[in-house]
Design a protein around this ligand. Sequence first.
Ligand code: PMP
Length: 365
Amino acid sequence: MDISHAPTQGRTTDGRARLYDSIVDTVGDTPCIKINTLAPEHVELYVKAEFFNPAASVKDRLALSIIEEAEQSGELTPGQTVVEATSGNTGIGLAMVCAAKGYPLVVTMADSFSIERRRLMRFLGAKVVLTPRTAKGFGMYQKAKELADANGWFLARQFETSVNAKIHENTTAREIMADFKDKGLDYWVTGYGTGGTVSGVGRVLRKQWPDTKIILSEPANAQLVGSGEAQERTAEGAPAVGHSAFEPHPIQGWTPDFIPLVLQESIDRNYFDELIPVPGPVGIEWAGKLARSEGIFTGISGGSTFAVAMQVADRAEAGSTILCMLPDTGERYLSSPMFEGIAEDMTEEETALSLSTPGYHMPDA
Ligand code: PMP
């Protein structure tokens, strides 16, 4: 078949030159994108846009890893129900993978997380069991465990499983090294939820690119790592109690009320060179600036990571290259404080614009 078709003019695309057997094969290979307006002139700042994953967050990688590794080990059998405690993105990623592969999914989630996350998971076919916000992340986890034990379901255990950091070692880290192999990378900036991203990428960068500085961030009002206080754990590595440095914070997906086992590897092996706290409201501000000045639409954790990357950029040596992780899409935060100041009705300026020409005014304008 002749597919030659000479472009007429303007921008053209040529397809990916492959066909995909399943949505799950589109996970990963997210682009690193240059920041053109906000970055200080003496550095090059890039963001790794994890919202290019099929369910729009970094957690698609983990979800796929958990299911495929359990399929291979025989821990997960055809048609068996999967259950997990998740603040949303892991649940949405799992819902996507479970739908594509035919596993029922039950998610436990504190009722404090955004409404659209619950509805998204339900739309993708999952059952969402809410837990009281007063019981925090610990309560969500205990509920998932109870349900798994009572029903013989497969518990995904994102906070403890070794396949979490492994997928970031095998995908995220390899992608970063491939994309920056010519330019080099002076700083890599990330936050943590489970710690999968930092522990997996940290493993590889420390070995292969030891000169790359790793910057870790956490909420200013929940500095669990910064407190230096150790986490008490059960024999399986799950938290035995909540961490005393925890306070509720607006950076959804970051810092649960305990130090996850997956993150502990980064602490024990010094995978990060610096720990920089960031207040949630500052992260929200930067998410807005990224959207308005760069057209890059990420969530609160992305804005928070970017706020830290800007601090790093301001004091970095001239010519430095910096990469900042953006874990998910801003669309996941429509009912969160990120959209608080965004009007539903026309603003005064918009009404004035409407009235500036004769036709099609709203009735009450
Ligand atoms: N940001 C958001 C919005 C997330 O959902 C998560 C995952 N919980 C993270 C950041 C952190 O990723 P990780 O679990 O790999 O540390």
